[in-house]
Design a protein around this ligand. Structure first.
Ligand SMILES: Nc1nc2c(ncn2[C@@H]2O[C@H](COP(=O)(O)OP(=O)(O)OP(=O)(O)O)[C@@H](O)[C@H]2O)c(=O)[nH]1
Ligand SMILES: [Mg+2]
Ligand SMILES: [Zn+2]
Length: 376
């Protein structure tokens, strides 16, 4: 868990302070706050009660100036990560390893207009604990990457601060579907998430069967791993990969995601069921995310809706650029709007013809363009 990185600093109230409180543009607010901090003369310190009342304290990248002022007097602020959200409440995993049920400070809520909720699972927040296990969220740290989808013109952040996505497929039962792996890869590329391709249930097949497929992915720079949750193969490696990172688990039903989670840490996969049924009461069932804290540090996310995140918000013209192996060729086609399917002088088609692009991967691309909503 990253510690709160920004020390408390004092800075002058802005003349237009009252107007700024009504500002609803999150990004602009972030920029303004960081500008304020930049304006600070080094070592500036103010003392005396009269002076105090005319200064405020900036904690991290707080979204609300009055909260900053309160925070100046609050020695007990804690930092933590939002595990899940339900209604107007959320559960925060504090740096002290205690889980707090938190409400979002009223003024913070009013800032949110473009998002359904000002908070997302995965957010790192400063909060004021109340009692043993409750608290009020005061500020949200800037996000480092987010998994979001746009519906009806609104961008909804499903989970923030994700480091990597673990794409789970199974060698058999159900049979491997490389097209589905490719779809997950496209989404991972679009969200700039580092993927890991896991082929589970390797105990059911001859592993050498999968070398050619995995070779193609490895050549593109993707990490791959063969596992068997049933036999405990590859689990130590997987555990090391997820340690101290925030990972989303993606993959078709039945491939063994929950089994892998349980192999990494006893009871982890089992925890998924009851908690996601809590989320089912909410209105946005398909888009709620939940972080599962790992004993050795880090978080896993295995939540319906998140694990089937294929192809949100991807536009056809962008798809070729999101295929790592097609990307180097797309700018060499004769037509700038080439779809790489039927055009003449298409650099992608030429690369397929002379074996520089794997034909199966190219097929995935064509399927994806022709049937973006294909179900598996
Ligand atoms: N032979 C074998 N079976 C496995 C392995 N991993 C999981 N299974 C079995 O595959 C079935 C599905 O496993 P789950 O872990 O529930 O799969 P899941 O991906 O979580 O499925 P959903 O929750 O529906 O998305 C169960 O019957 C498991 O016992 C494995 O490595 N080898
Ligand atoms: Mg499961
Ligand atoms: Zn082309």
């Amino acid at each position: 868990m990253p510690k709160k990185s920004n020390p408390k600093t004092r800075t002058e109230f802005k003349k237009n302070y009252q107007q700024r409180r009504r500002n609803s543009d999150l990004t602009r607010k972030f920029q303004q706050d960081s500008l304020d901090e930049g304006d600070l003369a080094a070592g500036e310190r103010v003392s005396g009660k009269g002076e105090m009342s005319r200064h405020r304290t900036v904690v991290g990248h707080s979204l609300d100036s009055t909260a900053d002022f309160d925070a100046a007097r609050d020695e007990n602020l804690l930092c933590g990560r939002v595990l899940r959200i339900y209604g107007l409440q959320c559960v925060v995993h504090g740096d002290n390893d205690i889980e707090y049920r938190c409400a979002v400070r009223q003024v913070l809520k009013s800032i949110s207009t473009d998002q359904r909720h000002v908070l997302a699972a995965g957010d790192i927040v400063d909060f004021r604990p109340e009692g043993a296990d409750q608290g009020i969220i005061i500020s949200i740290h800037p996000r480092r990457g987010e998994l979001a989808r746009t519906s009806k013109g609104r961008r909804h952040v499903l989970v923030s601060n994700v480091d990597q996505v673990i794409i789970v497929a199974s060698a058999a039962e159900p049979d491997i579907k490389p097209h589905l792996i490719d779809r997950f890869l496209v989404t991972a590329e679009q969200a700039s998430l580092e993927p890991l391709i896991v082929i589970n249930k390797i105990d059911l097949v001859d592993p050498t069967e999968f070398q050619p497929l995995l070779g193609v992915y490895a050549q593109m720079g993707y990490r791959t791993l063969l596992t068997s949750a049933a036999r405990n193969w590859g689990i130590d490696t997987l555990r090391a990969i997820v340690r101290n990172r925030q990972s989303v688990v993606a993959g078709q039903s039945g491939v063994g995601k929950s089994s892998l989670l349980n192999a990494i840490q006893d009871g982890l996969g089992l925890r998924v069921q009851p908690v996601s049924s809590e989320n089912h009461k909410g209105r946005h069932t398909t888009t709620t995310a939940e972080l599962l804290p790992l004993n050795e540090g880090g978080y896993l996310i295995d939540t319906p809706g998140i694990r089937q995140f294929e192809l949100w918000d991807v536009i056809a013209e962008e798809v070729a650029g999101l295929f790592r192996d097609l990307r180097p060729y797309v700018s060499h086609c004769r037509f700038p709007d080439c779809t790489h399917i039927h055009e003449i002088d298409c650099a992608v088609l030429e690369a397929v013809a002379d074996g520089r692009i794997d034909p199966r991967r190219y097929n995935s691309y064509v399927h994806l363009i022709e049937d973006p909503a294909a179900s598996f």
